[in-house]
Design a protein around this ligand. Structure first.
Ligand code: PRX
Length: 653
């Protein structure tokens, strides 16, 4: 790390940021170390408005099922909307919505509250009650954010499903959550094309296999043709038209589940990560304040989709809880051309920009091959802070982001966190941290991140190990919905002394103590910042029972997407080659897209007569990873029944 360039904070940043300089950071860390509960209690009182104040900060009597602020009552939507209006921000723009076609719609805090209240009233009238689960399968839209806020307002627990997931994935989530309602749109608009949403909901619900589900609410986004199930389907605009724009918030306990969000683990089906109300909102607000230094005049833009946790915390909740103005974007970074992001920053005078390394890497490529979309053609001087999330950012992409987007004077916050953590865990703070490209630097104050060995003992700096969090924190995952045992096993394995297991490997720099994330230590892949389990993709492949006998999936490094999915497949018919292999590979990719979603399509498909296995019959995954990378195989292959398959598997389709 010492050979990499370092970027200390400027004097202006140190003087003006919410956290002013290293000494202020150290003071916060020391405050948390001295009394973890008092620290979080102070912040929860300062950042959130409570209907009934809590008297107890942390209840660890049933660890690892921790409870924070448990006797306090609050409402997330009140904290994000009403209290800002009460503070005089009613006419302030909450959301600048830009659609795929470039049209813009600005919504003030008062207008957003009216929308949320009308929908909340409508949901109540349809019988949705506190604690009911509502699945949201929506395009990026004001209505999508409003749907989440409306659930929060009445104490319903939302579960947003990314609009790129297939009918099968949607059905699994509706069933697992026991949802009573799906809120969707007729279609979504991406890159100039209309893509179905309602049709996928219809397919997911076909055959009455989601018995808990009563209503499907449809937002008319494009006006495209859709099928209609009488008695089940309702138009959002008809439902809300006659509703009052006043809706008393449901005051819920701090531990009340605000949302479930399904994410991939190393085994089996995706798990429903359950988050709380009070602790989650505290960290959403606090990290938006300290990491992004959000101020009243900022225009904040997080490019994530509300279907991922980043969109939850840094679109639907954090910026609104602070009364900020944010951009919500429906389209894709390459439409109408790869200058879209830069053009939007210029147009909306975005001051804080938060995106994923994959997007940056693909826009670098685009800018290098086409002058017209190079960021130098746009006025990006409104920017003052940049952020990165979802995967490691390689130093070359960091430097480009810093120079070409930030003009050499915007700090980059490389934020490490996870669906399970609710908000930033390890991240620079602008105005505090000397930046080193490729490192997420130091823990957020109050987050006790550490690196340990397999038995939970600290490893010295400079030596890699397992990333853990030693003490509970307010926005942590509460459980896996419906499977508390899996929660304990996945995140609090007994050998780790009661520490939270993140599932990533990491190393701290010997000199600075800075963290660098070295990647997942389980069978989870990170493709374009999207998280996927190898087992999930394998199950999807083998469910193609006409064709596939056996499949193994591994990741391999990819210059643009970080990791790429590589599938090794044994067919129920003779191993194909040439055009036939290409055609079957396409068929299998389409199959996976239908089973999970297009994001899970393998980039490489390799066919073998069988898969390399150990004597005990275990697939030799390490060997497959070498093959996928195109590396020389150094593993012992003497146990292979059929050494010829190594050559077969060398060919990717
Ligand atoms: O491997 C880490 C990687 O993304 C995983 C979490 O994925 P997900 O739950 O989908 O949440 C993504 C958005 C918060 C982590 O276990 N990851 C996330 N941020 C970073 C990262 N890896 C390196 N650097 C990061 N900044």
């Amino acid at each position: 790390m010492s050979e990499l360039k370092k970027y200390p904070p400027s004097a202006a940043w140190m003087a003006n940021a919410h956290v002013k300089g290293p000494a202020a950071y150290q003071a916060l860390v020391a405050e948390a170390e001295a009394d973890h509960e008092a620290y979080w209690g102070r912040l929860a009182r300062e950042l959130l408005s409570w209907k009934k104040p809590f008297t107890k900060v942390l209840n660890d009597s049933e660890a690892p099922f921790f409870k924070w602020f448990e006797d306090g009552l609050l409402n997330v939507s009140y904290n994000c909307l009403d209290r800002n209006i009460e503070a005089g921000l009613g006419d302030k723009t909450a959301i600048i919505f830009e659609a795929d076609d470039g049209s813009v719609n600005k919504v003030s805090y008062s207008q957003l509250l009216a929308k949320v209240a009308q929908l909340a009233n409508a949901l109540k009238k349809r019988g949705v009650k506190k604690g009911d689960r509502v699945v949201i399968y929506m395009p990026m839209s004001v209505e999508g954010v409003a749907a989440m806020q409306a659930c929060a307002r009445i104490g319903a627990t939302h579960s947003v499903v990314f609009g790129g997931f297939s009918a099968q994935s949607l059905r699994d989530r509706v069933q697992d959550a026991g949802a009573v309602m799906v809120i969707t749109a007729d279609e979504q608009q991406r890159g100039g094309k209309s893509l179905p949403l309602k049709a996928i909901v219809d397919e997911a619900l076909e055959g009455g296999n989601c018995p808990t589900l009563k209503d499907v609410i449809v937002y008319k986004r494009t006006g495209g043709n859709i099928a209609w199930v009488a008695g089940r389907d309702l138009w959002l605009h008809e439902l809300t038209a006659s509703e009052s724009n006043v809706c008393e918030p449901e005051w819920v306990e701090a531990e009340h589940p605000l949302f479930l969000l399904y994410t991939s683990g190393s085994t089996g089906k995706p798990k429903g990560v359950q988050h709380s109300t009070g602790g989650y909102l505290l960290h959403a607000a606090l990290t938006t304040k300290w990491t992004f230094d959000l101020k009243p005049d900022d225009v904040f833009w997080c490019t994530a989709d509300i279907g991922w946790v980043t969109g939850h915390t840094y679109i639907s909740y954090g910026p609104l809880a602070l009364g900020g103005t944010e951009v919500v974007f429906e389209g894709i970074p390459t439409f109408p051309d790869a200058g879209r992001f830069w053009q939007m920053i210029q147009k909306h005078k975005v001051s804080i920009f938060y995106t994923a390394p994959t997007a940056i890497r693909s826009l670098i490529k685009a800018a290098e091959s086409n002058e017209v979309v190079h960021p130098k053609n746009y006025d990006l001087t409104s920017l003052r802070l940049l952020g990165s999330v979802g995967e490691p950012i390689n130093p070359a992409a960091w430097e480009w982001y810093y120079q070409h987007i930030g003009g050499g004077n915007c700090p980059i916050v490389d934020t490490f966190w996870q669906t399970e953590t609710g908000g930033h865990m390890i991240t620079p703070l602008p105005g505090v941290t000397t930046l080193v490209p490729g490192s997420c630097t130091l823990p957020f104050p109050g987050i006790t991140a550490a690196i340990v060995d397999e038995t939970g003992n600290d490893v010295p700096n400079g030596q890699g190990g397992i990333l853990v969090v030693k003490k509970p924190w307010p926005s942590m995952i509460r459980t896996i919905y419906g499977d508390p045992e899996r929660f304990k096993k996945s995140y609090y394995p007994s050998e780790l002394k009661g520490y939270y297991l993140a599932g990533d490997g990491a190393i701290r720099d010997a000199e600075t103590g800075y963290f660098t994330i070295t990647g997942r230590i389980d069978d989870v892949l990170n493709v374009s910042g999207h998280r996927m389990g190898t087992m999930e993709i394998e199950s999807a492949l083998v469910s193609c029972t006409d064709l596939v006998a056996e499949a193994a999936v591994v990741g391999r490094p990819d210059d643009t997407t970080g990791e790429a999915i590589c599938a090794f497949v044994v067919l129920k018919r003779p191993r194909p080659s040439g055009d036939e292999a290409k055609a079957i590979a396409k068929q299998l990719r389409d199959w996976v897209a239908k089973e999970i979603g297009p994001i899970a399509k393998p980039k490489d498909i390799r066919f073998g007569d069988n898969l390399p296995k150990t004597r005990s019959g275990k697939i030799m995954r390490r060997l497959l990873r070498s093959v996928a990378k195109g590396e020389a195989v150094t593993q012992d292959t003497s146990t292979l029944e059929n050494p010829a398959i190594l050559e077969q598997l060398g060919q990717a389709y």
